[in-house]
Design a protein around this ligand. Structure first.
Ligand SMILES: NC(=O)c1ccc[n+]([C@@H]2O[C@H](COP(=O)([O-])OP(=O)(O)OC[C@H]3O[C@@H](n4cnc5c(N)ncnc54)[C@H](OP(=O)(O)O)[C@@H]3O)[C@@H](O)[C@H]2O)c1
Length: 273
């Protein structure tokens, strides 16, 4: 089984390379149809994974000021892959985001069928726009949120929270990368298509995560509580805070681990960094 991975140098691309060490990861602009076509014809993959995209550095505020670059990678690129993979009948996987919702949907969490209700950042809008088209086609669309891991990385949520002085106290769905990779591997092996919420079960606030950090990793760490109403004063783009349903994933027979259990595991690993 030959896998072609776009965006292999990025955070999520590296994650997929750990799942599929033999994947080919060419350096190709996914919005360049001719270059994508050449890569597909040269490698003839069974599966294409798109881990390329712009999330902004140091955060999504960057996308507000770099809208054309963000469109290029988050909208044009996925549409090119849709055409080029579609024309060749290649099964492909796209990484999307759960940051297209706000709230917890009356306690139920948002399902894959609920229309996005958050458009407060350009980044989130680009993810919703590409999803709106791709969901009409046989593409596997994996939505992750605020990924965290047991290994250090600047994009690991735990690395980020550790640096913040003010920590948001709002419930969120978040994605533990070891669990994500296992579940993604199963969905890909079954050639599933459509949208899947790839988050852990239940919800947790970043504030609670840092309370656990203080308990399990560093008792001397200090931080202040940030209420949702005060967040707009600290960021340029709006931020999605939301809870997603994991029913569809569970319906695939995939065990979805409770989020606090996963956070504890990652924090205990973090203690040894
Ligand atoms: N990290 C998160 O919190 C998160 C959460 C939800 C969803 N996602 C999604 O996961 C995907 C990957 O994100 P990430 O966190 O791995 O970001 P990342 O670390 O910035 O990696 C993205 C990679 O894609 C490359 N890239 C950007 N535009 C490209 C293009 N037009 N053609 C080819 N490669 C391109 C980047 O290269 P350059 O650095 O050279 O631009 C980078 O190597 C994105 O679609 C993102 O929306 C991420």
């Amino acid at each position: 089984m030959k896998i072609l991975l776009f965006g292999g140098r990025g955070f999520m691309g590296q994650q997929f390379l750990s799942l599929y060490p033999d994947a080919v990861a060419p350096s190709v602009d996914i919005a360049d149809a001719a270059a994508v076509g050449r890569a597909l014809d040269a490698e003839k993959p069974d599966i294409v994974i798109n881990a390329a995209g712009k999330t902004g550095v140091p955060n999504v505020d960057w996308c507000e000021d770099h809208q054309l670059e963000t469109i290029h990678s988050n909208v044009t690129g996925p549409l090119v892959l849709l055409e080029e993979c579609g024309r060749r009948g290649i099964y492909w996987v796209h990484l999307s985001s759960g940051c297209v919702y706000l709230g917890d949907n009356g306690g139920k969490g948002f399902s894959e069928d609920d229309p996005p209700n958050f458009d407060g950042s350009f980044y989130s809008r680009t993810k919703a726009w590409s999803e709106a088209v791709l969901r009409e086609f046989p593409v596997l669309i994996l939505r992750l949120r605020m990924p965290f891991d047991k290994a250090p990385h600047p994009r690991n949520l735990l690395n980020k929270l550790k640096e913040y002085t003010h920590i948001l106290d709002a419930q969120n769905s978040i994605t533990y990368l070891p669990d994500f990779l296992q579940a993604a591997g199963k969905l890909i092996a079954k050639r599933r298509t459509g949208i899947f919420n790839m988050v852990n079960a239940g919800s947790i606030s970043p504030y609670r995560i840092m309370e656990l950090y203080r308990e399990l990793v560093d008792p001397s760490h200090t931080f202040e509580r940030l209420q949702l109403k005060d967040l707009p004063q600290r960021v340029k783009a709006g931020r999605s805070t939301c809870v997603l349903s994991t029913k569809k994933l569970e319906g695939e027979g995939i065990a979805v681990r409770p989020v606090e259990e996963a956070v504890r595991e990652a924090l205990l690993a973090m203690k040894k960094w």
